[in-house]
Design a protein around this ligand. Structure first.
Ligand code: GTP
Length: 362
């Protein structure tokens, strides 16, 4: 069976990390996002994956090549973004026209078995089946209303609190019959969620299959950290064989320290921390529930909690970064600065003074 990963898009919400890499190469538990997607598809009985790419496509092609996890990999390149529907039509010639195919959003991480979704789809004989997942608060997403047979009746985009028909949302994984491509115009940007699925729902040809287990949309920083923590927990324990850790430092499980990482005296790292290659961490630091990209430097006595630190960023001494703050690639945070209210620092910016409200530093 074939699958398409929607691997384009700019990663709007994690933009300060997407200037040097496509979103699919963002590390989660020290492995690029695309690897987690490919593993899910490989375990789900897929043999060929078509990656629909645009932004920084060549970096992805160079990283993946033509085969991984027993999957054949093909690429469908867009000159300009075609949304979530256009790329499917564009990839038509790479698909097999007498069997259904899977579509997966590239920013979804899940551990559910895709074979079950495919079996449900074949049993119901609709034109399309969406995986749907229950969330505590659907108001950030679109809520899905289903009947007792699993037909999707309608979608309510970003419902006001208390007004959603259910807590089920579109999980970003679909099984589609090739006929669905006839519903997508030949050119231009098309949103399959807004322009195609509502029509299929009206025609009674769209089903929803509820999935259970882990499901995350890593596009937002809180979910990105949650995904990182859950995937670290799958590995169980602390991985630091290739790091140089001072004997008086403490590593708390689960954590993953990549090759070339150095940790100074009396620093405490973890739980839920992934540190990419060649990151230098000074002495007396405290890092918890965070992702540190490769090449970053963390000065002595710096505290990082619930934060993302971009590639080659420099945090000097006595810095405090917390609460979903995001430090862009190559940014620099000077001695004693506190950023604790979800502050986003754009790439290459220098911050010399504390910021105590939620803000973007451009
Ligand atoms: P960005 O912030 O632009 O990455 O997209 P998004 O996550 O806000 O958009 P959305 O949730 O609609 O996208 C669902 C999936 O489709 C994500 O994995 C995106 O990377 C991907 N995607 C979005 N737009 C495009 C596009 O124009 N072309 C391709 N190939 N993929 C896309």
């Amino acid at each position: 069976m074939k699958a398409i990963i929607l691997a384009g898009g700019f990663g709007t919400r994690l933009r300060p990390l997407s200037c040097t890499r496509p979103k699919m190469l963002l590390p989660v538990a020290n492995q690029p996002l695309v690897d987690w997607c490919l593993k899910t598809l490989s375990n789900g009985g897929v043999d060929t994956v078509i990656l629909a790419v645009n932004y920084m496509a060549e970096a992805l092609v160079r990283y993946l090549g033509t085969t991984k996890y027993d999957l054949g990999l093909l690429y469908s390149r867009e000159q300009r973004p075609m949304g979530t529907g256009g790329p499917l039509k564009k990839a038509k010639d790479l698909l097999t026209m007498n069997e259904p195919f899977i579509v997966m959003n590239g920013d979804v991480i899940t551990d559910f078995d895709i074979k079950r979704l495919v079996d449900f789809h074949k049993e119901k004989k609709g034109l399309a089946t969406l995986a749907v997942v229950e969330v505590a608060d659907p108001s950030r997403f679109g809520s899905v209303e289903r009947d007792y047979e699993g037909h999707i009746l309608r979608f309510v985009e970003k419902p006001e609190p208390g007004k959603a028909p259910s807590n089920l949302i579109n999980a970003g994984i679909y099984v589609l019959e090739p006929e669905v491509l006839n519903y997508i115009p030949n050119s231009g940007k098309v949103s399959i969620e807004r322009e195609v699925f509502p029509i299929l729902a009206k025609e009674g040809k769209l089903y929803g299959y509820e999935i259970h287990g882990q499901w995350m949309d890593v596009g937002v920083s809180g979910d990105y950290l949650r995904a990182n923590a859950l995937l670290l927990a799958r590995n169980d324990g602390v991985r630091s064989e290739k790091a140089k850790v001072d004997a008086s430092a403490m590593l708390l499980s689960p954590s993953d320290l990549a090759e070339g990482v150095e940790v100074g005296a009396e620093s405490v790292i973890g739980p839920n921390v992934s540190v990419a290659e060649n990151v230098l961490i000074g002495k007396g630091c405290r890092i918890e529930n965070s992702v540190i990209f490769s090449g970053a430097t963390i000065g002595d006595y710096t505290n990082i909690k619930n934060a993302i630190i971009g590639e080659n960023a420099i945090l000097h001494k006595w810095v405090k970064i917390e609460s979903g703050s995001l430090i862009g690639d190559y940014a620099e945070i000077e001695d004693g600065v506190t950023l604790t209210e979800g502050v986003t620092v754009c790439p290459s910016k220098t911050v010399g003074e504390s910021i105590l409200n939620q803000r973007q530093v451009m």
